[in-house]
Design a protein around this ligand. Structure first.
Ligand code: NAD
Length: 513
């Protein structure tokens, strides 16, 4: 999906901080008083350099309420040099000391989570409840990895020659680039930053050009909480300029990216130069299978929540439902009723259950996928465009949408649908459901609803995806590794395994001579 292009605007006299951005975000701001904020946080301080700025738009009214200075290659070079200079001191600290520092910084962030919530809603569009949940998960995730800092263990290996033995030791990689999309700016940053710094690396992060404010503020909070200068730095800017400058910088040894599959493929190709380490968390089109013996009400709730949470803009959203024919009418009706009842509105308005989409471009893309799908077949049960009681010209709203039985080669079946529209298909049995579920270029998450243990085991064994939930909402746990198969990615975030992707292993032979 495209992001806002930098443009040149007049800058205010005074130098506002990212805390000022929070105040602006929480009180509402007429367009004529838009302020421009420093776009970088390098070596423990805010920086502004060039004249190009990125407008920050409130998706609930389409208005620019702030702007940040966009970084160029020179800014990125500076951030990477600072991170590189910080690496020896940080990586050589005792792991327990590093964990203690990250834990203290995480607690400081947790004590200030309320500051992040209104900024996140204002720049991303999600409801205040969704922002609160994301902010909490962000704090928990950093604290979880802080506790693991001194648990990065190697191995002692016996060798055939009894006078020697081997050791496998794990070392941090160096400067890591973290590239983050706009849908969950906090948690998707934490998934990278937390294991990276806990393992002794230093980081330069680049948030999406449309959601810089939350990231810049949490960088300040980590620094205020005692994270040493240069360990975590943020550079804002477009993907094509700042993003590529980060990926191709010769001192960056690893790139962790979350975003769309085409950009992930480009980043992987760029990382071939220098054989950089790479973690890719990419697009998904997660199937949910609902069998005839399932708790149908619970399954319908999970489908609705899984599809419409965050206005359908989640990699792990439920994007295709396959329901057994014999119970299909009941399930489809239950999901459609839930979709019709969801209250759509500005994320900070009382009672809102689903906010706007993040950009006008995203909404247009969704409308196009829906139109092409319905032209090929299928029945539109509810939704299909902006809600009737909200002005489409103002915010980027889209009504919760349900489509039944579109062709299996239509856009809603084959492409990633990144918005609140759910296709549902009737299937004859579990074999057909699994075959359909696997008929996708993606393999991120999946879920199955059944009370039959044999069916549950079949689904978990045969669905090609990095995660399968059985009779459970699609919630991600810090404790379990998460990562996509096929075009959905490479590598793992979360779980102890995440640390493997931020360390190199070295074999050491200890002889007796
Ligand atoms: P995107 O790929 O357009 O952008 C993601 C990030 O990459 C942004 O920060 C952007 O500025 C940057 N970027 C863009 N082009 C770049 C380039 N050439 N070089 C370096 N950086 C570049 O994705 P998006 O539209 O912001 O996010 C939505 C996508 O992210 C969806 O496909 C969604 O499924 C995916 N996603 C995946 C996961 C996961 O964990 N698998 C999680 C959330 C979102």
């Amino acid at each position: 999906m495209s992001e806002a292009k930098p443009s040149v605007q007049a800058r205010p006299e005074a130098e506002p901080s990212h805390q000022d951005a929070r105040r602006e975000a929480s009180r509402g701001n007429p367009p004529e008083t838009v302020k421009t904020f420093p776009g970088s946080f390098i070596g423990g301080a805010c920086h502004r350099n060039g004249d190009a700025v990125l407008p920050v738009v409130n998706p609930a009214d389409g208005r620019t309420f702030a702007a940040v200075v966009a970084a160029d290659e020179a800014d990125m070079d500076r951030a990477v040099q600072v991170a590189c200079a910080a690496f020896p001191g940080w990586s050589e600290l005792a792991a327990s000391k590093r964990g203690e520092i990250v834990g203290r910084a995480a607690r400081h962030v947790e004590a200030h989570l309320k500051e992040l919530i209104p900024i996140l809603t204002r720049e991303q569009g999600k409801t205040l409840l969704e922002s609160r949940i994301e902010a909490q998960r962000f704090g928990e995730n950093i604290a979880w990895f802080a506790d693991l800092a001194d648990k990065v263990h190697g191995e002692r290996v016996s060798l055939p020659d009894l006078t020697t033995y081997g050791l496998v030791v794990r070392k941090p990689i160096g400067v890591c680039g973290a590239i983050v999309p706009w849908n969950f700016p906090l948690t998707l940053a934490a998934n990278k930053v937390a294991p990276a710094i806990a393992a002794g690396n230093t980081v330069v992060a680049k948030p999406a050009g449309t959601t810089p404010l939350t990231t810049l503020r949490f960088a300040e909070l980590l620094s205020e909480g005692g994270l040493p200068e240069g360990v975590f730095n943020v550079i804002t800017g477009s993907g094509s300029v700042a993003g590529e400058a980060l990926v191709t910088h010769p001192l960056v040894r690893k790139v962790a990216f979350t975003g769309s599959t085409p950009v992930g493929e480009r980043i992987m190709a760029l990382c071939a130069n220098g054989v950089k380490r790479v973690t890719l968390e990419l697009g998904g089109s997660d199937p949910m299978i609902i069998c005839d013996d399932a708790d149908l009400a619970a399954a319908a709730s999970a489908a609705s929540m899984g599809r419409f949470y965050n206005c359908g803009q989640a990699c792990l959203a439920v994007k295709r439902v396959y329901v057994f024919d014999s119970v299909a009418d009941e399930v489809i009706e239950a999901i459609a009723v839930k979709a019709r009842r969801l209250k759509v509105g500005p994320g900070d308005a009382e009672g809102t259950q689903m906010g706007p989409m993040h950009t006008a471009a995203g909404r247009a893309e969704l409308a196009g996928q829906l139109e092409r799908t319905l032209a090929a077949g299928g029945q539109l049960l509810t939704g299909g465009g902006p809600p009737e009681d909200l002005e489409p010209a103002d915010g980027f709203f889209f009504a919760p949408t349900v489509v039944v039985d579109p062709p299996h080669d239509s856009p809603m079946a084959r492409e990633e649908v990144f918005g609140p529209a759910l296709p549902i298909w009737r299937v004859g049995d579990l074999d057909e459901a699994i075959e359909r579920a696997n008929d996708s270029p993606f393999g991120l998450g999946s879920s199955v609803w059944t009370r039959d243990l044999h069916r549950a085991r079949q689904a978990a064994a045969r669905i090609d995806a990095g995660y399968t939930w059985i009779n459970s909402r699609t919630k991600v746990y810090d404790e379990l590794p998460f990562g996509g198969w096929k075009s959905s990615g490479y590598g793992k975030e979360h779980g102890q395994e995440a640390l493997d992707f931020y360390t190199e292993s070295k074999s050491v032979v200890l002889g007796s001579g």
